[in-house]
Design a protein around this ligand. Sequence first.
Ligand code: SAH
Ligand code: SF4
Ligand code: F3S
Length: 435
Amino acid sequence: MNKVYIETYGCQMNVADTEVVFSILGKAGYVRCETIDEADIIMANTCSIRDNAEQRIWGRIDYFQTFKKHHPELIVGILGCMAERLKNALIESGKVDIVAGPDAYRSLPQMLSDCRSSGSQINVLLSREETYAEIEPVRLDRNGVSAFISIMRGCNNVCSYCIVPYTRGAERSRDWKSIIREACQCSQNGYKEITLLGQNVDSYQYEDMSFAGLLKAVAEAVPGVRIRFSTSNPQDISDEMLEVMASHDNICHHIHLPVQSGSDRILEKMRRRYTRQWFLDRVAKIRELIPDCAITTDVIAGFCSETEEDHKDTLRIFEEVSFDAAFMFYYSERPGTLAARKYPDDVDLATKTRRLEEIIALQNRLSLESNQRDLGKTFTVLVEGPSKKNPEELCGRNSQNKMCVWPDTVHKAGDLVTVKVLECTQATLLCQEVK
Ligand code: SAH
Ligand code: SF4
Ligand code: F3S
């Protein structure tokens, strides 16, 4: 009765958390299984960021019920942000036995045994201290090349549209010594790439250690490992951090810098604490210090009261920055957030969708142009494995996080290969190896 299957939804933080959960459960005698039908315990580590993310998980919860017919003892658990947001409503659905919020994972073994003896269990307490600092995650990365390390939890920003501060609680930074230890362990275990994770990495602060200091310390502790990080907030990204990036060869030249909107009026309503000009100045600084740095972004179309003019401001900032890639969404009202309480969700769905499509069409062109600028360049690529389309080809990412594909039957996951870009699509650089 101890086989656990976990599905993970949402952001990279959830992927990292699932690895922590497997570690906690492993120590308590549970074993991981890879398919649902062998499981005694099915869990979903969930996301609440947009309504459709939650709808998808309700669909999964219904699907999990079908396994209860053949396995009446089966336990269904909901972890993560949706557990935190919906709390008892999940238990009351009659379909969920365990509800554990993001700071409650240490109690999972106890909850599981209590569940067997006395029925459904819930723990959605948020903590001001929990960082799972000393827990050694069970790494789930398929190819053993790339590892996530959480450096902080929660968020103190309270952007008006966003549910994360409610589902993940107050921001807290993890002891930098435990981060360095984990990075060294990853390196010893053969990992070639580490991504430092936080909702707002630039506000990392543990005692005297800032994010710039931490990034430098990690890069120097594991010189043979590539370092990435996500997410940067335009209001907090510091010159000092950019200088650390510029002066360390193993820190990748990629910054994920969510803009959300190009309109100052909308940015203010979103409670993003920067203006369009501030954003453009940060981009200029990045390009001054790290000329080949890729910049990617997130954007929300159709936020409350957004006019056609505001939308055009967003299209214009995309054009001005020429992002290398973007995650693009239309606004989804989240109950309990400031925006839900204060502003009507008044852009109709057809308009939201149309504006989103316009942004996507523009970004598709910008992504293609960005890739075209790389034609003829050479890059060092970290091999992830065979390409999806052709087993005679390998794929991997360059420092700028662009996907490269090239014919190769010699190298393997984890190798560094030098390639030259011959052709491209909007999503991929088609390369050949340079020997
Ligand atoms: N901490 C990160 C973002 C985490 S959420 C940051 O501040 O940049 C990832 C993305 O989801 C956000 O950047 C935003 O673009 C989008 N998002 C968040 N709340 C949303 C909502 N209510 N509707 C639509 N998209 C949303
Ligand atoms: Fe949400 Fe803003 Fe925090 Fe990002 S910084 S997680 S968008 S509240
Ligand atoms: Fe989703 Fe929670 Fe991440 S809401 S995006 S899983 S922090």
